[in-house]
Write a protein that binds this ligand. Sequence first.
Ligand code: MN
Length: 257
Amino acid sequence: MGTPEYAFALGTATTRAWNFFTRKNRMRFALPPPPTVSVPVVGTDERFPVRRIYCVGRNYEEHAKEMGFTGREPPFFFLKPTDATVVAETGQTATLAYPSLTHNLHHEVELVVAIGRGGKNILAANAKQHIYGYAVGLDMTRRDLQSEMKKQGRPWCIGKAHDQSAPIGPITPLAQAGDITQATLWLQVNGGDRQRSQISKLIWSVGEIIEHLSAAWELQGGDLIYTGTPQGVAAVVSGDTMRAGVDGLTQISVRVV
Ligand code: MN
């Protein structure tokens, strides 16, 4: 396996140092190390290397209601594995294999925040300095398994963190993304509207999410945050094509096979 031809948007000096170090010391792995998961960046051939995927639960009031909750509760978080990413390249339709064990695979369209500079205890007022850019993402959910885990008071992993559960489109750098707080987000299945709302309806704003999240974990460049979905979550089946967008960002198209 050759060296990937990617240039990374973050940590290039670190990457160079690492390459030098590994060559110098002839480090050998017992197994081939997994490839770096990365997402394209709009307007450049650099790619954004993904470190962690954080997700926010119930962050739009109408969605909280459809899931049987009301009102504003403190934001809560879960994670997906980095390699659950499915990259929807610009102008292409990505494919998503219908996952095992479920009979109720749901789409959740979400604004994804890409962190460029890490930190702990970041105040909402300073959060922008830590944002690299934004993308459109899908928090794919095995709803039947998630519901069962909720009922039993068990972790959500099997419902939320399965393989290919995190489709994402290209990342638009902050300066080119416009005023995301005024954007509409939407999702269509086979051309019909399923979800449509405004980023302004987030219960916890992007800045507030970063404040809460960075109090619980130290954020680092390369982290992605799926910020929550509005109402209209519903099932997809094999053969369906999901198209999703947020004003100002690259749309994504994902086909379930
Ligand atoms: Mn979600």
